[in-house]
Design a protein around this ligand. Sequence first.
Ligand SMILES: Nc1nc2c(ncn2[C@@H]2O[C@H](COP(=O)(O)OP(=O)(O)OP(=O)(O)O)[C@@H](O)[C@H]2O)c(=O)[nH]1
Ligand SMILES: O=C([O-])CC(=O)C(=O)O
Ligand SMILES: [Mn+2]
Length: 610
Amino acid sequence: MSAPTVTPGLDTAPTSHPRLLAWVREVAELTTPERVVWCDGSAPEWERLTGELVDAGTLVRLNPSLKPNSFWSRTDPSDVARVEERTFICSVDEADAGPTNNWMAPAEMKRTMTELYRGCMTGRTMYVIPFCMGPLTAENPMFGVEITDSAYVVASMRVMTRMGQQALDKMGDDADFVACLHSVGAPLAPGESDVLWPCNDTKYISHFPETREIWSYGSGYGGNSLLGKKCYSLRIASAIARDEGWLAEHMLILKLTSPEGDVRYIAAAFPSACGKTNLAMLEPTIPGWTVETLGDDIAWMRFGSDGRLYAVNPEYGLFGVAPGTDWKTNPNAMRTLARGNSIFTNVALTDDGDVWWEGMGEPPAHLTDWHGNDWTPTSDRPASHPNSRFCTPISQCPILANEYEDPKGVPIDAILFGGRRKTTIPLVTQARDWTHGVYLGATISSETTAAAAGKVGVVRRDPMAMLPFIGYNAGDYLRHWIEMGKGAEGDPDKLPKIFYVNWFRRGDDGRFLWPGFGENSRVLKWVVERLNGTADAVETPVGFVPASSSLDVSGLDLSEADLAAVLAVDAEEWRSEIPQVTEWFEKFGDKLPGVLWSELDALKARLGIE
Ligand SMILES: Nc1nc2c(ncn2[C@@H]2O[C@H](COP(=O)(O)OP(=O)(O)OP(=O)(O)O)[C@@H](O)[C@H]2O)c(=O)[nH]1
Ligand SMILES: O=C([O-])CC(=O)C(=O)O
Ligand SMILES: [Mn+2]
């Protein structure tokens, strides 16, 4: 290595952006890849990369007559979900990471990770992916560039973001961008053959909010490696949004049209694997209502000149939970996937080259499971991983709303918060006002799911469904939400109304009390009628719940007892939540807005405590 080495691709960049060129060179010198490839986002590039991944065995091409241009992949069994324990907010000041994030000083993290990155792309290709979150036609397009040594990441980023030459051209020579560095952390010695899913036991998902950089190492799983998604559009963007007076949220966006043709836009925040994709693509069971999709995971919301809050989905694809998705629960997802152009990860493979997962009706007599082993219905292990995912273009969604490409976004009428709780939380509750709504969001409780590594089913507080995604101090985040309640130019009347839903309440026998999925349209109808002032509600200590006659349950096979149980506000259950909420709020010290303590005090008084 005495003569200066020339890395193929390094000196033939399709851009003259000085900062970008300098950064790419610096990373290449550190990570020593075999070659550098600038991704153009073209169809031939997709063909080439997926072809190479098929040759390597990382992808298996599905039967083109069933799932055209689609692929099956299996990860290393240790690399199946987000790793919250290994996710860091490296703000200069530790206090800025707050009580809910892991923190390390930026210089120390960079020292540690630089050593991990040194030579980490040896024997591999380094890809440069210019991308834009949100429409390229936005007034201020939100650019990023991801460097990665994973072709799977490149292919997935092509589905999930607007990327390639179009983004690079739009960036010109001086646009700002979030620098996103990713490596699977698995260099190849000369002659060493690759494994199907390279990754490293050491993992870091690090964010530098001040310099707007992301460094990810050791994992190929989407939530850790598709850096435009959680890392940029939630963690980094939430810090930008705090500074600039907007919101970056873990929310779906949908358009709801009533039989009379009235249009409402609804955003909803539920924790990971708690129903956003399903609600966003819902097929209403009540006649005359239609739902159209705008987004299923992330919403960026800014005030418009009319004082209303407008939401844009920054993503270009859907990275959805596979298990539970079928023609009964989410037919629009099935139609989207039937159009092909998708990557399936950790689902099961059928003998005729299609995909299968739990919740998709009767299993076939034989499958290849997500470990690559033979599987039959007598097996005592699931064929798909509970966090197996489909990655598919949102443009294929048959009910995608026209407004999807509008850089201005859509004016939000209602925000739903929600979580997965077996008990306590009613099907739907309307907040008394914005501050009470922020209280409800701040105290969301939900059972953990397989979307993150760790124990499943543990109830935890998940503020605005953003616990793993707030890129700064969560106390400051809640204060920011309270501030947003003043509205643009002090006009709070134009703010969305806030509701809290729970599709997951169970009876004593363990079954879901509410049928969910398409039937959730009944709850959306009640929400709209509340906005219109036409539906009755009962005031309870925790907010307004539907009067039993005001929720449309016509044609629904639901007993009176189950309806009452799913709407019930049991004061005893709520009183037993109070110590947990108190403990939760105490975590924030003096960062917690005082009005949230006042909300808790008022709730205690209404529950007859003290
Ligand atoms: N019982 C019940 N289950 C639901 C309902 N909606 C969604 N689910 C199930 O919950 C799981 C997760 O749903 P998703 O819609 O993919 O969750 P998400 O919020 O988009 O998740 P992330 O992509 O992880 O952010 C799936 O297995 C669904 O089948 C519902 O209304 N009732
Ligand atoms: O980030 C992921 O892996 C998928 C996702 O939407 C979530 O976990 O909320
Ligand atoms: Mn999510």
